[in-house]
Design a protein around this ligand. Structure first.
Ligand code: BT5
Length: 233
């Protein structure tokens, strides 16, 4: 475990020396990255920002499951911190935005890095202690705002534990992990608008998550894209 008082992006640091098992934590991250060149913003002292290097030990064909696995692990780790408040309140927006109610409490950036063999750098940001006026965007929330006051170390411990367990499970029985994912995924059954990587949009009902981890929207399987929940169906 490498702990930095301050870092630009823990994903960048981890990717620079991607040894499986490495965990890079920043007390404050000042140039956090989201997907597609977006930014991840966290005021000092309020968030957990870290990256884990993982050798998934899975064939390439199963790599698309990893973002879902990471999301499920983070959601499960947060739920365990306070089962009464968070047990069922923590949901996943496909593929891996971690929500409390409709708002994002944690984000995940998973990157494939080629070392001796390809490894995954899994970057995780959890909004732990932000007050309402510290939220970077109106669609964000924090554990504190959900009534859960917990030290960041406890969040790190819980998430690392569920991540390691969920990775072992997916190697042994991917279908069982996908079944658990579907139970946590609040996108299913909703009307959604998906912004596809090529730029076009797709609107329809999120019907299922298939065995490859793709979201099926009104009959079309989508492997990557940004989902907006339009309204409950
Ligand atoms: C993500 O991207 O959600 C991935 C975030 C990953 C952050 C971790 S922190 C440790 C590691 N090191 C890094 O550099 N990154 C990882 P995406 O789905 O693209 O969401 C980004 C969008 O979420 C932004 O454009 C904002 O709208 C919003 N956002 C930014 N900061 C946020 C926050 N703290 N909480 C909730 N939403 C936020």
């Amino acid at each position: 475990m490498v702990l930095h008082a301050e870092a630009g992006s823990t994903n960048r640091l981890a990717a620079a020396d991607p040894r499986p098992g490495t965990v890079v934590v920043a007390d404050h991250q000042h140039a956090g990255r989201g997907r597609l060149d977006r930014t991840w913003e966290t005021p000092p002292g309020t968030a957990l920002t870290f990256s884990v290097v993982v050798d998934p030990g899975m064939p390439d064909a199963r790599w698309p499951l990893l973002p879902l696995v990471a999301g499920l692990a983070v959601a499960g780790g947060l739920a365990r911190l306070d089962p009464a408040r968070l047990g069922t309140a923590v949901g996943l927006k496909w593929p891996n935005d971690v929500l409390i109610g409709e708002d994002k409490v944690a984000g995940i950036l998973l990157e494939r890095v080629s070392a001796r063999r390809p490894v995954a750098v899994i970057g995780i940001g959890v909004n732990v202690a932000m007050a309402a006026d510290q939220l970077p965007v109106p669609t964000a929330t924090s554990l504190a705002l959900a009534g859960v006051a917990v030290p960041r170390e406890d969040v790190l411990g819980a998430v690392l534990e569920t991540l390691s367990r969920t990775l072992s499970q997916v190697r042994a029985d991917p279908s069982a992990v996908l079944a658990e994912y579907r139970r946590r995924c609040v996108t299913l059954g909703r009307e959604v608008n998906v912004q596809l990587p090529a730029g076009e949009g797709l609107t329809g009902t999120a019907e299922s998550v298939d065995e490859e981890g793709r979201l099926v929207v009104s009959g079309t399987a989508v492997g990557a894209g940004d989902v907006v929940h339009v309204r409950p169906t």
